[in-house]
Design a protein around this ligand. Sequence first.
Ligand code: BGC
Length: 764
Amino acid sequence: MKRTRLFAPLIGTLLAGCLQAKPLAGDVKMNAFIDGLMNRMTLEEKIGQLNLLSVGFTATGPQLNQDVESQIKHGLAGGVFNVYRPAAVRKLQSLAVHQTRLGIPLLFGFDVIHGYKTIFPVPLALSCTWSPAAIERSARVAADEATADGVNWTFSSMVDLCRDPRWGRIVEGAGEDPYLGARIASAMVRGYQGEDLSRSNALLACVKHFALYGAVEAGRDYNTVDMSRHRMYQYYLPPYRAAVEAGAGSVMTSFNDINGLPATGDHWLVTDVLRKQWGFQGFVVSDYEAISEMTAWGMGDLSKDAELALRAGVDMDMVSEAYLKCLPELVSRGEIPVSLVNQACRRILEAKYKLGLFSDPYRGCTEERARAEILTPQNRRVARELAEQSCVLLKNDGPLLPLKKSGIIALVGPLAEDQSNLLGSWRAGGDWRLAVSVAAGISNVAGATVSVLHAQGANLIDDPALRATLRAFGEYLPVDRRSPQETLKQAVAVAKRADVVVAVLGESAGMSGEAASRSRLGLPQGQENLLRALVKTGKPVVLVLMNGRPLTLTWEAAHCGAILETWFGGTEAGNAIADVLFGDYNPSGKLTATFPRDVGQIPIYYNHQNTGRPYRNDPGFKYVSRYLDVSNDPLYPFGYGLSYTTFAFGGVQLSRTNLTADETLLASVGVTNTGQRAGSETVQLYLSQPEAGMARGVEDLRGFQKVYLQPGETKTVTFRITPDDLKFYNENLQYDWEPGEFIIRIGDNSSQVKSASVRWQKRI
Ligand code: BGC
């Protein structure tokens, strides 16, 4: 066993080497083409390819500036980003193709994060569908639309695992679990890139932010990361690796440092792990000015930054122009071998070649194609379905939901009629005027049979300083000029006249996303006051939440009849929310990030270790791993989400209880719909190993299946478990399994499982 452990990485490296040594026929052609091209390129032209320019944009679209045009004409750009629309793209591309010496086409990058013009729910919401296939579909639609408008490269998918909801960018990822995160990461890459990158509707994916950005200390954006290698390999790195293995053509480095070295200057990370261990063949781009930011990290001046990044393996410099300004001299002084510039340039040219840009630099983008393919009814339908599937029903006493399509509804709250915030952060080419508000959705779905009374009740944000910061960056934050008391009073009066109150509350879009860390995770104060006043009326209150992160909802959970988490649902949010509220869609979303009771519990995540003094919910035990003032349990655990029906799980049936080496175990459970409506349940498989050479997490997700059941129907769900599912990174960072006892846990969320135990031996 020792021998395998020692040689496994070496064999991997040799294998990767062999694969590289024997290029495929297409690669031979590509290499010959690029050799020919590079033989004609000057050093400056090669360095130009390593430069990525940002183009400013206004509310109505991209704005091209003179300097960008002149840089392109002088061969000083390998790509630009934030340029879209066929006319704008064609204009710049034709400068590159017709007005530079060698006519090398540009990459056109854009943050197409959750849709291009048809905006899907934010990524954290999408992950709550637990449906990689549906998420792949959303990425495909985004790619169809973005490429029709001239974009050929998206800065997605964002796969940063996150256990800290203070970090605003948790909204951009798939939550806290490496297994689910990896499944979603590869689905997105497949969706964007398709089978063949040279197709005119394929969008080059960019996995970001490499690496560990979701683990920034204290949840504060751009902050430091200090992490053991074991934790990286076991939890944080798998989603990046899965995206790379799915064929992602590019990777973006992150803003954070890792154990003292900024990721953008970290050779071990960008070359040893990414390229040598994982066999990544594409190109690496820095994040926005992340190269020049290394000066503030304390790594030296711009020239040192450029050297550090290039040597680490960063091929393209986003915005900081460190390569453009410093590499010519560094190379001419012999401080950097020209081979490093050649290598980076080659990788970028390869991506362009694979995208087919040398055959058709415009990739067929035209106004006609854009008109035909963007925001089609079909695309909007997919967005509506995904928005329905990503809603998570957190509470439903009574049951209060679904609502009847009759009677009087008081629709209250600053997000009830909002069309802008519901697009969330990163809205690409999305137009908020085309988005469906909750108010509009209710009228579309319930029509004239319900009567709806409206009241804003509170401002989204009352804090003038926060409002000013968010507005300065384009946030739409209308303010009711009446006093808070007056606004609230009107809402209470409206509530009193209604049969039920639907309060649509939450964050503004800019309160999550980049540079949007929060230290308190409750509803903004004015909204909280409103909710308390509404509850006090004694009317049943349905809380509909829009937000980009887990919130602390302890009071809300105790006092509202029903809580529906809708995140930011995108263009079709209002229709989808109304579908769920009135029961046209039976909610099926499951949380992918733990909801804490209190900020003091953070980081809080389901796959934590047990400690030597495991928590007991018993005041008689003081000397255990616990808080004195709050329980260790989350408010809502990972994997949690209710339905309008109920499901009962039978016991876990195992095909055997003693296994050897590479045998396969079948673990089954019968799931019955015990309620009155058809619905889907996500059956989740967790594994744990009570005894091993290293302390393991209390459980790890290893599989999930969705089943759709009619009332009274039972289906048996079976998981195939092989030794691969038992593997973990041991203390030598080798990925292997250890024989012994394993607990197979199956349930409808991470803390509600049925279990059975097996023993698995290695062959002697
Ligand atoms: C973000 C990236 C994004 C880039 C380009 C950066 O500030 O961190 O996620 O892709 O800007 O817009």
